[in-house]
Design a protein around this ligand. Structure first.
Ligand code: MG
Length: 248
């Protein structure tokens, strides 16, 4: 019995030594991961074009993925490959809900500069209808930092101001993680967002304090895993085009 135990110890020790030798000798196979294999997705011709697995929300002519607040067709103007806010007709929302996602959206503030601060080229992208990524003409237009373009409204200023001038098309590439809630409605994990504005990183894994508010501190109210995206009518004729999204 004692002999058998000794043998076992020796055997295990030998195995351990040989495994260590393999590691030391640097067998590259030990750190190769073959499964699961990432599925193939055909990318667009440029980074701005929708890849094959994206849901196209607006292609320049068809806005049927969006609805007005009353559920009917949107009353924004659709022409020249863009849709433009018609002040007073109200916000629009996607008919489909989204949670974790990658969103590409292009926007343009009016070439004719009117107003200042929050009154110049204001719109917004509300992820899950609650978390506003600000759209604003922030080119030579000072306002509060956590209210300028690419801010999470009244919460998180952008890392830099990467704004193009009025009348120029700008891009947001957004990676959003929806908040998670416990069954009792308390927050399990905050919403997180990364945003690239015109190719420049402006929000890097930013943690949101809750729904963005005009007055008061943001706070969370439990909601489902997928909610419509809202585009804001702030009265200014801001345009949007080439909107596509990938669920993550
Ligand atoms: Mg806004």
């Amino acid at each position: 019995m004692k002999k058998q135990a000794l043998f076992l110890v020796a055997f295990v020790a030998t195995l351990t030594v040989s495994a260590q030798q393999v590691v030391r000798n640097g067998d590259p196979k030990l750190t190769e991961q073959w499964t699961p294999e990432p599925r193939v997705v055909a990318p667009g011709k440029t980074a701005a074009d929708a890849p094959a697995d994206a849901i196209v929300l607006f292609n320049g002519t068809d806005a049927s993925a969006f609805a007005a607040k009353d559920g009917g067709p949107i009353k924004w103007k659709i022409e020249n490959g863009a849709m433009t806010v018609v002040g007073g007709t109200g916000e629009i929302h996607t008919k489909q809900g989204f949670g974790d996602c990658q969103l590409h959206i292009e926007w343009r503030t009016p070439a004719e500069v009117k107003g200042d601060g929050q009154g110049r080229g204001n719109s917004g992208i509300f992820l899950m209808g609650k978390y506003e990524l600000q759209v604003l003409d922030s080119y030579n237009n000072r306002t509060y930092s956590n209210g300028q373009a690419a801010s999470i409204y009244k919460q998180i200023p952008p890392l830099v101001n990467a704004s193009r001038g009025p009348g120029e098309w700008q891009t947001y590439d957004i990676i959003f993680t929806a908040p998670r809630f416990y069954p009792d409605g308390s927050v399990k994990s905050q919403a997180q967002i990364t945003v690239i504005h015109n190719g420049v990183l402006v929000q890097f894994n930013s943690h949101l304090l809750g729904g963005t508010q005009y007055i008061g501190v943001g706070n969370y109210e439990a909601h489902g895993p997928e909610e419509p995206i809202i585009l804001q009518d702030h009265g200014n004729p801001v345009s949007f085009r080439n909107i596509w999204i990938r669920k993550l």
